[in-house]
Design a protein around this ligand. Structure first.
Ligand code: ADP
Length: 321
């Protein structure tokens, strides 16, 4: 069985319903990726690596991980800490704004739980995924532990996957983010950025500057997401730009990149080609953005999975043979 570990922070999400009530759910980039990956690729063992608190909210959060069949062996409990929280406000024009309470969240403590046993377990994975948000959440004093862990995993043969997901407010300044991203680019075998990551942090807004920048970092597999336009793929075997069919009726683009990553990595773990894996990632992302919130309700997603994704996967597997 193929196995992936994803490091990140899952937060409590509060959003307003049309009736003015608050709806509570759980979300966070690496967690969203884990959920979509597992929903489409049930045969892959998906494990989330994080820290929560010892409170009721944390218990409920872990129960929701379990209900998504996500492995919780590496979900640690920090005393006197609680999960981070964010609230989505929608103004009269439908514009969404986010307010976060995550400075002291439990997830910041994850590196404190890295023991020889944890390292041993992570070494048994095929892929280890983290994002720029996972990186920003780690306490700055613990970052060396994280990089030592990455080195060990890479030396053991675990593939390292990274999505920069740059969020300016999570970093002291651009220099701090660039230093950490530089290390991530050099460590990662698979990088899954969006164009905006480079525009905001490096000032690049065209594909050719981004390609040049990434080319200098020796990344084995580079998959650049460019919204509704295309996905640019570069690997040892080939370079290709795959067009995206834009969907109409987009409701909320939250989690587009995360669900793409889940589809892409799940498909690659099952041995599909880069082009087929992009097709899976783009199909799921195109569906997710037709629904509000980061995670599409399981019942709605199951229908889509059974009717669209699983037949497509079967077809791809048959064509491969
Ligand atoms: P991120 O969310 O990381 O910024 P993008 O905006 O590039 O990433 O979106 C991720 C993926 O979602 C794209 O690669 C594409 O497959 C899909 N996507 C985004 N917008 C659309 C759209 N309007 N129509 C169809 N697919 C889309």
């Amino acid at each position: 069985m193929r196995r992936i570990y994803l490091l990140g922070e899952c937060m409590v999400e509060l959003s307003q319903t049309s009736g003015g009530l608050l709806k509570q759910s759980y979300a966070g980039d690496a967690y969203n990726t884990a959920v979509y990956l597992k929903r489409m690729f049930s045969e892959v063992q998906v494990n989330f690596f994080t820290t929560v608190g010892e409170d009721q909210l944390s218990d409920n959060m872990v129960t929701s991980f379990e209900s998504e069949q996500i492995g919780t062996d590496l979900v640690f409990r920090a005393k006197d800490k609680a999960p981070g929280l964010y609230m989505i406000d929608t103004d009269d024009d439908g514009e969404r704004s986010f307010t976060y309470w995550r400075e002291c969240s439990a997830a910041r403590q994850a590196m404190q739980f890295v023991t020889a046993e944890v390292v041993g377990q992570l070494c048994m994975g095929d892929v280890f995924f983290f994002s720029g948000i996972s990186l920003a959440v780690i306490e700055p004093n613990d970052r060396e532990i994280f990089w030592l862990l990455m080195r060990k995993l890479k030396d053991t043969g675990v593939k390292i996957a990274f999505d920069p997901n740059y969020r300016a407010r999570m970093w002291k300044d651009k220099t701090e983010a660039k230093i950490q991203f530089e290390r991530a680019f050099r460590m990662a075998d698979l990088v899954l950025p969006g164009i905006e990551d480079f525009t905001q942090l490096y000032g690049f807004d065209d594909l050719s500057s981004i390609k040049k920048f990434c080319g200098a970092h020796g990344i084995d597999e580079l998959i650049i997401k460019n919204g509704a336009k295309s996905v640019y793929c570069m690997s040892e075997q080939q370079v290709q730009e795959i067009e995206i069919s834009p969907v109409s009726g987009v409701v909320d683009t939250t989690s587009a990149g995360d669900s793409f990553n889940g589809g892409y990595m799940g498909a690659r773990l099952q041995g599909l080609s880069i082009a087929d894996s992009v097709a899976v990632g783009a199909t799921v992302a195109g569906f997710v953005i037709l629904h509000p919130g980061a995670i599409v309700p399981n019942q709605t997603f199951t229908k889509f999975n059974e009717q669209i994704i699983q037949p497509a996967l079967l077809n791809m597997a048959e064509t491969c043979q």
